[in-house]
Design a binder for this molecule. Structure first.
Ligand code: NAD
Length: 327
């Protein structure tokens, strides 16, 4: 069985769905601080627990035969990480350390970690490869880098084989599951919120950056492609030992204004914007090279076009105007 943490969240729920559709059995763990119980696939075993809860996590490893852990549970909002650094370091570093210790004590040694392009900060080069220096510019990115370092050292000193997947900007939906963060915390989700009329305008944070139109540039990747990479990483770890890092992005950079323009075309909505000051912790330009994941994991994004990502999110939102509606 595969233990997925954060399985009621946006990416974790779609990963759980993909695992089950691919024939895996899943224990889906979430403390429901942000996630939605109804997003968890009906064939998964749902466990409501916090990854920092030692008796609960130890009990889980004793009750189920877990072969591998896919760890997605985390606090994720960059802006909030400046306001609540204690909470972020606790939940994204200390609590997963508990998870890691419990799994190793129960002889489980395969771990896949949701890392982030935020570890690169303002990247020293474009495209960003796995050897580009890491230098986070917000507490969130630092928590991801710290946990990668923990995995590196545990892989050298303990019976741990692990992969850190550094996602770039994740967007889109599967046929049944989508992103329901309130408020929307990512660009495409926020755009969809405006397109559906849930918000009056989209704040654009800074239009005076040194880019083609003055707005930040990002690399977007479909959530289903992210889920697929986890399965490829699991297969990879069957024959590879140690700790490995892979970027997951499409390799194309879109400015914020270009994404808005693409969304106007896909949705047919005007999507009003409001220019706002730059936000601390926002890098200017982040575009991946994911050639290592392509060559080593044999992973290839199925949704390379930004329009595909926006369209799937738009369709899901229209089918679920209240999101999961389970609060
Ligand atoms: N969304 C992106 O663009 C993106 C990009 C890079 C990396 N990531 C990483 O991917 C992972 C999933 O992100 P998401 O967008 O699905 O976020 P999300 O908030 O939708 O999902 C995270 C889930 O973890 C749960 N959770 C949080 N702390 C927990 C704890 N201590 N114990 C148990 N459950 C806990 C929450 O309830 C939530 O359901 C995160 O680790 C995030 O840092 C996301």
């Amino acid at each position: 069985m595969i233990l997925v943490t954060g399985a009621a969240g946006y990416i974790g729920s779609i990963l759980t769905e993909k695992l089950i559709d691919s024939g895996y059995q899943v224990v889906a763990l979430d403390n429901l601080s942000k996630g939605h119980r109804s997003a968890v696939h009906k064939d998964a075993v749902f466990v409501k627990a916090d990854i920092g809860d030692r008796p609960a996590i130890n009990g889980l490893f004793q009750n189920y035969t877990i072969d591998a852990v896919m760890h997605l549970a985390a606090d994720t909002e960059v802006e909030r990480s400046f306001a609540e650094p204690y909470h972020f370091f606790f939940n994204n570093v200390a609590s997963p350390l508990n998870l890691l210790d419990c799994m190793l004590s129960n002889n489980v040694g395969t771990f896949i970690f949701s890392s982030s392009a935020a570890v690169y900060g303002e990247p020293a080069e474009i495209p960003v490869s796995e050897v580009t220096p890491t230098c986070p510019i917000n507490p969130y990115g630092e928590t991801k880098l710290m946990f990668e370092k923990i995995l590196h050292w545990f892989s050298r000193t303990k019976s741990l084989n692990s992969v850190a997947l550094r996602y770039f900007n994740v967007a889109g939906a599967s046929a049944c599951l989508g992103e329901d963060h309130k408020p929307a915390s990512t660009l495409i989700a926020a755009i969809i919120d405006v397109a559906t009329g849930n918000r009056d305008f989209l704040p654009v944070f800074g239009n005076d950056y040194d880019t083609k139109d003055g707005t930040c540039i990002r690399d977007f990747i479909h959530v289903v492609d992210i889920a697929d990479a986890h399965i490829k990483a699991l297969q990879y770890l069957q024959s590879k030992k140690g700790f490995h890092i892979f970027n997951l992005g499409n390799g194309d950079g879109y400015s914020v204004m270009e994404v808005i323009e693409a969304a106007r075309k896909v949705t047919g909505k005007s999507i009003p914007v409001k220019l706002c000051p730059r936000r601390p912790g926002d890098p200017v330009n982040v575009i991946s090279s994911a050639s290592l994941a392509r060559s080593e994991l044999h992973w290839k994004p199925s949704f390379p076009k930004i329009e595909n990502l926006i369209e799937s999110a738009w369709i899901w939102q229209n089918q679920h105007p209240q999101g999961y509606n389970d609060f």
